[in-house]
Design a protein around this ligand. Sequence first.
Ligand code: SAM
Length: 265
Amino acid sequence: MTLQQTHIPRKRFGQNFLVDRNVIEKIVRAFNPHAGEHIVEIGPGKGALTTPLLTIAKHLYVIELDRDLLPSLENQCRDIGKLKIYQSDVLKFDFNQIETPPHQLRIIGNLPYNISTPLLFHLLKYIDCIKDMHFMLQKEVVDRLAAKPGTAEYGRLSVMIQFHCNVEPLFSVGPRSFQPPPKVESTVARFIPLKQEHRPPVNQAQFANIVKQAFSHRRKTLRNNLKTLLREEQILNCEIDPNIRAEYLDINAFIRLANALDNNI
Ligand code: SAM
């Protein structure tokens, strides 16, 4: 028996391996890799996506935490193309070590669901290097990431990610496409970094601060949630009603509040 067959999936590494050929093809088609691109796969696992990606791209970077999976992954890919393996925790991985021209890094992964939110925040630090990202995530998380103002799913995560990226849910994937099957539905989503020159300038730290505080108690009004940061008249000066809740504000409204905080106006 090969290691591929004997490897027992590790729950702590979020190991739900893709086994559905149709889904694998659909993801690769949506990603649309080309030779010569700078492509990074997070969590290659047993290579379900790695092999078809490498076949087309001929060169691939992969970041995998579970060292036991690496020898067979190397063997499997040896004759297909050039695989550069980083045995590392992606949450600590410095993406600057992959040398790419600005906005050229393409990132893909069937992500371990237990780290998906901190991973997205980690990736935002490298947003200027990134061309696009395609991730399989828990459906509920994608619903929150892509949510629009005024919906129940819209919250801190939606605002922080949509400040940097356009989020496009692509298709859903049922538990039976994985081995072992996860307990939840999954969705593949595309993330495309937005050009920041199209946004009003804002101090990032103050923006994060305002968003965190505004959503600190979902049922409370902005006036209440922001009272340690802004006076009611400052909120009104931003052309925002202090009696509404944060879930009704779009990103530009949060930018205006952050600028009021920053400039103390
Ligand atoms: N890409 C494979 C597939 O689709 O079948 C595996 C996907 S599985 C959901 C997630 C993969 O991420 C596993 O191979 C797991 O070992 C790896 N992983 C988990 N935590 C990680 C971390 N912090 N850094 C890097 N890889 C991680």
